[in-house]
Design a protein around this ligand. Structure first.
Ligand SMILES: NC(=O)c1ccc[n+]([C@@H]2O[C@H](COP(=O)([O-])OP(=O)(O)OC[C@H]3O[C@@H](n4cnc5c(N)ncnc54)[C@H](OP(=O)(O)O)[C@@H]3O)[C@@H](O)[C@H]2O)c1
Length: 305
């Protein structure tokens, strides 16, 4: 089968289109003929050797796919531990994509559900509360806007780097969009932060009493830092790091149970990660370049089959 292989650790240049043996159809696993593969920031981190759950090279990147179950022919979408940038991949579990757009479905499992977990289970968003989302026009960010709206947020504040991205965030449902250097309009009840660095540090001041700061990524390259917990304790502000991959690996059954409500949001259309760009599988390196250089909005996909 054709697959993109990370031949060694490094940037997009380490990705090569190769002919490789297909994965075996093992009992209890779902063999998927891939239609679209989601491209995630974690894929960039994994080729750089900065993603703890990635295998050592050579490996096939790709953590979420849509396609068809080879055994039954039914349309599905799934999370995979790696191997999504390929014509065939084996998953422990796949959700039915019956009635769903099979392109968009490649962004549901990781991107969509991470946004859902961040707000529903980790941030415990309550109706009427104010949400702040960083990199709000990005993959997880644009899904977080949709989830915030679906869960009844009172106000959604988007942070994004360019006027175009801010306009996009407002189209997706944010009430207001600001740049990273602008004052952050508080008080914020739940922050979903995928960026880290300065924006997180500044947001500490804008949090409402008993606010929750959900840290799910550090795309800026600088992890979130807290100056000390004394002030946060008095204000009741929580800093909550979360990795869906780690949670799923440790509690697979609980993951399936607790993600059911997120899957419902997907089926109802309330959570529909917008597809920004689709590139052919052979252009995976270009896809990584675009994602790493902030040149994308919404979900970036590879067209495989
Ligand atoms: N914890 C989890 O379980 C989990 C699951 C999925 C994803 N994530 C994390 O969520 C984040 C978003 O992932 P994604 O795949 O949806 O990517 P994305 O948000 O579509 O793309 C990354 C965005 O980060 C922003 N950014 C800020 N500083 C940047 C820099 N120095 N270089 C590049 N981008 C920068 C850019 O938006 P602006 O230009 O608007 O700043 C960029 O578009 C990543 O950090 C990823 O690791 C975590």
């Amino acid at each position: 089968m054709r697959a993109i292989v990370a031949t060694r650790l490094g940037g997009p240049e380490v990705l090569e289109l190769q002919e490789v043996p297909p994965p075996a159809a093992e009992p209890g696993r779902v063999l998927i003929r891939v239609h679209r593969a989601g491209v995630n920031f974690a894929d960039l981190s994994s080729t750089l050797g900065r993603y703890a759950q990635a295998p050592p090279p050579p490996f096939i990147p790709g953590l979420e796919v849509s396609g068809h179950d080879v055994a039954t022919g039914r349309p599905v979408f799934a999370l995979v531990p790696s191997g999504g940038y390929a014509e065939l991949v084996a998953a422990d579990f796949a959700w039915s994509a019956d009635g769903l757009d099979l392109d968009a479905a490649a962004g549901y499992a990781l991107t969509g559900l991470t946004a859902f977990y961040a707000l529903r289970h980790v941030g415990r968003l309550q109706p009427g509360e104010t949400v702040l989302v960083t990199a709000a026009a990005g993959g997880v960010g644009s899904s977080a806007i949709q989830v915030a709206r679906a869960l009844g947020a009172g106000r959604v504040v988007a942070v994004a780097s360019t006027p175009e991205k801010r306009a996009r965030a407002v189209e997706l449902g944010a009430d207001v969009a600001v740049g990273y250097e602008d004052p952050l309009p508080g008080p914020i009840d739940v922050m979903v932060d995928t960026v880290g660095g300065d924006v997180f540090t500044r947001a500490l001041e804008s949090m409402a009493p008993f606010g929750r700061m959900v840290c799910i990524g550090a795309s800026s390259g600088e992890a979130q830092r807290i100056p000390g917990v004394g002030d946060l304790r008095v204000r009741g502000v929580g800093v909550l790091p979360f990795s869906m991959g780690a949670f799923r690996a440790r509690h697979p059954e609980q993951f399936l149970k607790t993600s059911a409500e997120g899957i419902e949001l997907i089926r109802s259309g309330a959570l529909r990660p917008p597809v920004g760009q689709v590139l052919p599988l052979a252009e995976a390196a270009e896809a990584h370049r675009r994602l790493g250089s902030r040149a994308t909005t919404g979900k970036l996909l590879l067209a495989v089959g």
